[in-house]
Design a protein around this ligand. Structure first.
Ligand code: NAD
Length: 486
């Protein structure tokens, strides 16, 4: 393909617009977080170039051969995409590993999740149906679910391949066209995805990838009058900016934002199993996961014992370069590392106890590594227990009663995920009913690949749902047709 040129250690990428690979006059550097080294140059689109991508997507929606694809054909195409992803799994995972610093085995898993999205939505492309509505004799009233048009997909850096696939697959299954804006830090696997979609036979203009900054390119996409839906995953602040931008054109939004998800552990839980999962739910992807279980609410009678167990798991995790197949890779940027450090320093300055971590590991590398950190002895309303840190930092908050656990669990501005650990079915249901959260796990956390399960947030964690059949609603709109026949 003509989309990437290599010199010795540096690759120069093009972006994908209207079915062609295009260069721009300006480029930005992509850095490997495990080494701090520059690995690629990627285009910075101008607003004119972004407008061309939206125009290509609009033309493909309004006039192109995509309109003639029957639902079953869209499904077959998506199966082909899933197969091609699996055939290229290793290469995509290597790209993702270099770009994000993820350990290779985690990158492989995320690429498989990406393939599952195309497979899942391939199977439903020809099963999206309307209904008939009884009015009276002589009137036939029915509804159709129609695609919206050009959909925008603004992607964060923490799981680029799988998160791009999460929204692009249902958008295509339902017949929309797509403009993707990956995060400036991690655009490489999305450019590879464009290559795969092209190879699978997605018609020209149906999918476009435009690279560049959020402030300029992302903003131009969010404010473009021809965009009929925006799927945004990222921070609350950017989510608010996008929602305001979308209001100008009454563009619907799906917002997947941050979290401060509680893991609520009762004394009667399987503490061994809970400790293992609690430790992994805050260290997976170095804590850079929106649904990371970042607050540990533990019943006071087992506080000391449980904290020791979690600490043991955290301390046994291997930190290192993505190629070492470590359990924990680096944070995404130096800036993110310094942000995490500042939070932990704040905890130390405010008298918190640091059970483990709290510093950079002793590793011979310029990568942005930080040790899994367990912070205790801070109030539930303190900054550390309220704000999303987006690093491997777990805050311990003891409780005495289930009522107090509920109050602490619901006591942030977020509501993304929650874990409940207990052997008492009454306690489990009592809490699950009352926790304000998009998803609740009982005696588990983030099971399977999650592709089939609706996912999204309450409160400032977002609007709308992705994944599963639920997502299809957001990429279609209902048209009602009434026919008088006598
Ligand atoms: P971010 O908000 O800084 O950026 C996300 C994307 O938005 C990037 O592509 C960025 O270039 C773009 N962007 C930035 N400013 C923009 C603007 N003004 N207009 C349009 N686009 C703009 O987020 P991030 O730091 O890349 O990602 C981390 C955040 O994402 C965390 O808060 C995390 O919780 C959240 N997240 C949520 C989910 C979820 O499903 N709920 C999943 C992953 C990450």
């Amino acid at each position: 393909m003509g989309n990437v040129q290599s010199t010795e250690n540096l690759k120069s990428y093009k972006m994908f617009v209207g079915g062609a690979w295009v260069e721009t006059s300006e480029t930005s550097a992509v850095v490997n977080p495990a080494t701090g080294e520059k690995i690629a140059e990627v285009p910075i689109a101008t607003i004119e170039e972004l407008n061309l991508a939206v125009k290509a997507a609009k033309d493909a929606f309004d006039h192109g051969e995509w309109r003639d694809f029957q639902p079953v054909e869209r499904g077959r195409l998506l199966y082909k995409v899933a197969n091609l992803i699996r055939q290229n799994q290793k290469e995509i995972a290597e790209i993702e590993m270099l770009d994000t610093g993820k350990p290779f085995n985690i990158a492989m898993f995320e690429v498989e999740i990406g393939a599952r999205y195309y497979e899942f939505y391939a199977g439903v492309a020809d099963k999206i149906m309307g209904e008939t509505i009884p009015i009276k004799d002589g009137i036939l009233d029915f509804t159709k679910r129609e695609p919206l048009g050009v959909t925008a997909h603004i992607i964060p850096w923490n799981g680029p391949f799988q998160m791009t696939s999460r929204s692009v697959a249902p958008a295509l299954a339902t017949g929309n066209t797509v403009v993707i804006k990956p995060a400036q830090e991690t655009p490489l696997s999305t450019l590879k995805l464009a290559e795969i979609l092209d190879e699978a036979g997605v018609p020209k203009g149906v999918v476009n990838v435009v690279t560049g900054s959020g402030r300029v390119v992302g903003n131009a996409l969010a404010t473009h009058p021809d965009i009929r839906h925006i799927t945004f995953t990222g921070s609350v602040e950017t989510g608010k900016t996008i929602m305001k931008a979308a209001a100008e054109n009454i563009t619907p939004v799906t917002l997947e934002l941050g979290g401060k998800s509680p893991q609520v552990v009762f004394a009667d839980a399987d503490l061994e199993e809970a400790a293992k999962v609690v430790a992994s739910a805050i260290t997976l992807n170095t804590g850079q996961v929106c649904s990371a279980g970042s607050r540990l609410l533990v019943e006071r009678s087992v506080h000391k014992e449980f904290v020791e167990k979690v600490k043991t798991h955290m301390e046994t995790l291997k930190i290192g370069s993505s190629e070492d197949n470590a359990d924990i890779g680096p944070l995404i940027t130096k800036n993110q590392l310094e942000t995490v450090e500042a939070y932990v320093q704040y905890a130390k300055d405010n008298g918190a106890k640091i059970h483990c971590g709290g510093k950079r590991p002793n590793i011979d590398s310029n990568g942005f590594y930080y040790e899994p950190t367990l912070v205790d002895g801070i109030a539930p309303d303190s900054k550390l227990a309220q704000e999303e840190i987006f690093g491997p930092v777990l805050v311990v908050l003891p409780f005495d009663t289930k009522e107090e656990a509920l109050e602490i669990a619901n006591g942030t501005e977020f509501g993304l995920s929650a874990g409940i650990w207990t052997s008492n079915i009454n306690t489990a249901h009592w809490l699950a009913d009352r926790i304000k959260s998009g998803q609740v796990y009982i005696n588990s956390y983030s099971v399977g690949t999650g592709v089939e399960i609706p996912f999204g947030g309450s409160k400032k964690s977002g609007i709308g749902r992705e994944k599963g059949l639920e997502a299809l609603k957001y990429y279609t709109e209902v048209k009602n047709v009434a026919i008088k026949y006598m």
